[in-house]
Every structure is written in C-alpha cells, then in structure tokens.
Design a protein. Structure first.
Length: 324
C-alpha cells in the first residue's frame, strides 16, 4: 500500500501555518513526486473569513479577507509541472451547516463553485472536486448537502469526479482543543454500517470517491471499520480509498507527526481490507523534509525506505514470474 495523494492545507484552521512562499512549495511538490504522490487535494479553499484566492463571492457574501497570494493558481501550476491531478476543496463556513442551516451552506458554495470553474476550469491539472464539510454520522440534512453540492460540481465541470473524506465517530473522536485523547464510547461497527449504508444510498450517483479518515478509532478496531467502508462503497459503486493520517491522535499535543510504526500498521490494515489507494492528511506539515516539525523529515525517510523495500519485493516477484 502506497500513499498516492495528499491534502494541501493552507487555511491551517487547527494546525500551524508554515508561511511558505512559491520556492518552498516548489520544493515540496518535488518531495511529493519523489514519494510517489500523483494527486493533491486542496482541503478547503476558504474557511470562515479566510480564503486561498481573492473570491468575489466570499468577499461579498462572507466578508472574507483578501489574501496576498493566489494559492489556487500556484497549486494548479505546480500540479501541472509535476504531472499531478488537482482536486479543488470547497468553502466551509464553519457555522451555517454546523448550526443546522444547511441550505445557506449550499447556496454560498454553489455561487463559489461557479466562480471557481470560470476562473480555473481551463487549467489542465484541475481533475476533480472535494466536498470539505467533514462528517461522521447521518445528522440533519447532511445527505442533501453532499448530494446537492456534488451534483452542482459535476454539472458545471462536465462530470469531473467528486471526493469526500468523512471520519468515523470512534473513541478517538475528541476535540483538538482538549488534552484528552480518547472517550469512553465510540460508534459501534453495526451503527456505522447502518448509517453509512443510508448516506451512500443518498449520494451514490453524484459522489465518486470516499476516503475515510483512519485516525478516530482504536488500532484494534481499524481493520474491521475499513472492511465495512470497502464493502459499502462497493455496494453503491463508489471508489474506496483510505485517508491514512500522518499525524498522531494518541498524544495530548495536537498535532505532531505520527510514529512510523503506526502509519505502517494502518497502511497494512487498509491493504488487508482490499483498499487500493491511500491519501493522507497531510504531507507538507507531517511528512515533508522541510516541515516545521523535525520528525516529519524522519517520517519521510522511513517511508522512502519502505518504498524501496516494496520495489525490491515487486522486482523479486516479477523475476520469478509470480504476481502479488
């Protein structure tokens, strides 16, 4: 199992901003490419009043601040230079849908989607959309929100694929603002399966790819949840990836790069569950050699050693005429 994609988080809602310019991003895309990453996903183009480019819609309707750099254009250019696919993450108000006003969240995003496609849709790296409202359970009008936004994304872009990355409401689903790392009760396997069976049924014709976050459940239970995710996705015709988080949820410090042994264990479990593709949140902060965290560069080194081992293993099988 290899990590083929990464989120790009430059809104930096709950992790530190690294204050990179184009030179640092050019270097990071090269590190990504060397590690085998071929897909980059802007996790959100706006959050609250912060935005990654000067959007007339967000400035007018949400009073968003004007950014000094057009990060979307830069990311698309760097993706093109490195032969990567770019998925565009939508706007998260941080309030409307959270407070139950789902229609307002949809209305703002539809205008935003139209603006984005008109501005960037002609760039060759623009290969898909990411719905950034992160959910774990069937709550409120979340099925309608996902279906409506995904349908509009496809409508304006002639059917480009739509990705979601929900989380599992497990024992590690603890607020980043608390020092606790676990809680007593998480969602059961049965309840998770029941709720996501209904959610997938409601979005099956408009959402193409689901990549569940893998950090909210215990390691003992992870493979079972991954198998359910894969089975349900297959049932409704969705591609099932895994979002193998490269930060650690097991410490009171939120958040630090994950221990390599833990990441390796999660990738192996995803492989056993029949999942073929992995993305991560997220390379630049938690896995890059130039991250603000020294440990991230060491994680990169361990991962590159792992890729070398996989390559040697594959070559060995090919020489003997066997397949993996």
């Amino acid at each position: 199992m290899r990590i083929k994609g990464t989120f790009l988080d430059e809104i930096s809602h709950d992790i530190p901003h690294q204050n990179w310019g184009r030179k640092e991003w050019e270097d990071d895309f090269r590190y990504m490419k060397k590690a085998g990453i071929d897909t980059v996903i802007l996790i959100r183009a706006g959050y609250g009043k912060w935005q990654t480019f000067h959007s007339n819609v967000l400035t007018r309707e949400e009073g968003a601040f004007t950014p000094p750099v057009d990060l979307v254009k830069m990311f698309l250019e760097l993706a093109e230079q490195n032969n990567m696919d770019f998925f565009f993450g939508l706007y998260d108000s941080g309030k409307y849908w959270v407070e139950g006003n789902y229609q307002k969240e949809v209305d703002v995003n539809k205008k935003f989607i139209d603006e984005v496609w008109k501005k960037y849709g002609n760039m060759s790296a623009f290969k898909g959309w990411y719905i950034c409202q992160e959910i774990s359970r069937k709550t409120g009008q979340i099925i309608d929100l996902y279906a409506d936004l995904a349908h509009h994304c496809k409508l304006v872009s002639n059917g480009l694929p739509v990705l979601i990355s929900p989380y599992i409401d497990g024992v590690k689903n603890v607020s980043q603002y608390l020092t606790d790392t676990t809680r007593k009760n998480g969602v059961s396997l049965r309840q998770h399966e029941t709720e996501w069976n209904e959610i997938f049924d409601g979005i099956k014709n408009v959402v193409d790819i689901v990549a569940f976050q893998d950090g909210h459940v215990s390691y003992e239970d992870l493979e079972s949840f991954l198998r359910i995710n894969k089975s349900l996705a297959d049932k409704y015709g969705l591609e099932c990836w895994t979002n193998s988080e490269t930060f650690d949820r097991d410490m009171p410090i939120k958040f630090l790069p994950i221990k390599w042994e833990k990441l390796l264990l999660k990738l192996k479990m995803a492989d056993l569950a029949g999942i073929e593709n992995a993305i991560t949140f997220e390379f630049s902060h938690f896995m890059s050699p130039q991250s603000a965290y020294l440990q991230a560069g060491h994680l990169y080194n361990r991962y590159m050693e792992y890729l070398d081992q996989l390559k040697s293993k594959n070559n060995g099988f090919q020489k003997t005429g066997c397949s993996i």
